[in-house]
Design a protein around this ligand. Structure first.
Ligand SMILES: Cc1cc2nc3c(=O)[nH]c(=O)nc-3n(C[C@H](O)[C@H](O)[C@H](O)COP(=O)(O)OP(=O)(O)OC[C@H]3O[C@@H](n4cnc5c(N)ncnc54)[C@H](O)[C@@H]3O)c2cc1C
Length: 450
């Protein structure tokens, strides 16, 4: 039986709840109620910082509520690993700290290999794991069968990290937002930020659709909207969007307990006994003016992902083309016009997911897909985040570009970003994630997939 609690789209398919009033001032204002914004708010509030978080739509209404729910260190870019290891520690204690079950469990992360050559290709990352004392190893087909039951695929083996896990995206981000509020943060869904005011080159206030909040410190954690928001302030943040289609099955017999990635299917066990499933190698990039503007910066990522990313031409081009670069702060902004970025799942991709699921696990042929949705992933050129203070506007900071793997790292990022905002050393080096790496001649080299 379907439980309303398991319905992923419940986080964005609900009436907007605009705030009755907003604070006049704050130490820090955060733009964006995804996992990065709410985690940062939580860490700041616990230090007694007066923090206000503004979300134009719903908490977790965009990427953070729509993702696959993988919480993994396996396969990551080395620049993300220390933050991700910290994140795993935070996930482990999240239930106790927030008082809510967000479905976090360590069921392991498996990247399957179809040939012994593909299996060997994972060895480089096993070496990386060894450097960080991460328990990643290669396993053969016989051992893989202990973890994946009844698959009709002749895999050669897999790379596995048993300490990796999963959580329920539609529960986790709202739970952290509630924890932040309980610690003293003011969390304002239905409150779009239109822009900021400055005085002497420094942030002096945030202008929202419901009024102005005086502050000297702003974090823009606006996900897929960050580039547009920053452009209105004259700040160049290279970012492109891709769309992913996702589905979930009804509760069914267990074929695996962790997360399995195969080029045909990404599949993970859900807390409700079903599976979250997606195509392993289809992402759609709606071509927009930004695709041309940032073409060369994204070329290495595009070459790496050319088999995965499908270009589509549709109204996104016209939408971006007709969106003003700057707008008056006393009028409706582009953020109020699109409260929730809610793309349609692509029917052909859904068919492919069903076909691949049935082929891979024939015992699930009669298990219905009970919900499907799509999400817009925003990516940086080297597919790792940008976390930085912006030199040109004192007090303005960005945290974006988490690409297709920002959910798992979100709580760790929140801790590191809170440290950046308060000048506290968290032991996580943010220098490799600076914005200027895309402009200072540093080579742009993605180490992992989107
Ligand atoms: C299909 C899919 C699968 C994925 N799978 C995984 C996975 O398995 N594991 C993993 O780790 N990651 C995964 N990701 C990536 C992950 O979801 C994202 O990296 C992460 O959620 C980004 O969080 P965020 O807080 O930066 O952005 P978001 O969650 O996008 O939040 C940004 C928020 O800012 C708000 N906002 C924007 N502009 C304004 C404004 N002007 N005023 C107020 N609010 C504003 C938006 O409404 C939005 O809610 C996946 C993503 C997708 C879409």
């Amino acid at each position: 039986m379907t439980n309303a609690n398991d319905t992923v789209s419940s986080v964005w398919n609900k009436p907007l709840e605009p705030p009755a009033k907003i604070p006049e001032s704050a130490d820090v204002v955060i733009i964006g109620g995804g996992i990065v914004g709410v985690s940062t708010a939580w860490f700041l509030a616990r230090q007694g910082i007066a923090v206000v978080l503004c979300e134009k739509g719903h908490i977790a209404g965009e990427q953070s509520g729509r993702n696959w729910g993988w919480v993994r260190v396996q396969g990551r870019d080395t620049r993300e690993i220390p933050m991700m290891l910290e994140s795993l520690r935070i996930w482990e204690s999240l239930k106790e700290e927030t008082g809510e079950d967000v479905g976090f469990t360590r069921g392991g992360c498996f990247f399957t290999a179809n040939s012994s050559k593909e299996l060997q290709s994972f060895e480089d990352w096993v070496d990386v794991a060894r450097d960080y004392e991460i328990d990643t190893r290669l396993i053969n087909a016989t051992e893989l069968q202990k973890y994946i039951h009844g698959a009709a695929i002749d895999w050669a083996g897999a790379m596995v990290t048993m300490n990796d896990g999963r959580a329920e995206p539609h529960k986790a981000t709202p739970a952290i937002a509630r924890a932040a509020a309980q610690s003293g943060a003011t969390v304002l869904p239905g409150c779009a930020v239109r822009g900021i005011e400055t005085s002497g080159g420094a942030v002096s206030a945030v202008v929202t659709e419901h009024g102005t909040i005086r502050t000297s410190t702003v974090l823009c954690a606006a996900g897929a909207w960050t580039s547009m928001f920053c452009r209105s302030l004259g700040i160049n943040v290279p970012q492109l969007r891709v769309r992913g289609t996702v589905a979930r099955t009804a509760a069914c017999e267990s074929v695996l307990d962790g997360n399995v990635f195969d080029a045909r299917l990404g599949i993970r066990r859900r807390e409700d006994g079903g599976y979250t499933v997606a195509h392993g190698s289809v992402l759609e990039h709606p071509v927009t003016p930004s695709s041309f503007k940032y073409f060369f910066k994204f070329l290495p990522a595009l070459l790496q992902e050319f088999k995965v990313v499908r270009l589509s031409f549709g109204r996104e081009f016209v939408d971006e083309w007709t969106t003003p670069r700057v707008w008056d702060l006393d009028r409706l902004s582009p953020f109020e016009e699109v409260r929730v970025l809610d793309p349609e799942p692509t029917p052909a991709v859904l068919k492919g997911i069903r076909r691949n699921l049935d082929k891979m696990f024939p015992q699930l042929v009669n298990t219905p897909i009970v919900e499907s949705w799509a999400g817009v992933i925003e990516s940086s050129p080297d597919v790792v985040p940008i976390i930085d203070s912006v030199d040109s506007v004192k007090g303005f900071h960005v945290a974006t570009g988490f690409s297709g793997h920002g959910f798992g790292i979100g709580p760790g990022a929140g801790k590191a970003i809170a440290g950046m905002l308060t000048g506290t050393d968290t032991g996580i080096d943010l220098a490799p994630l600076r914005l200027s790496r895309f402009f200072d001649g540093s080579p742009i080299r993605p180490q992992s997939a989107i």
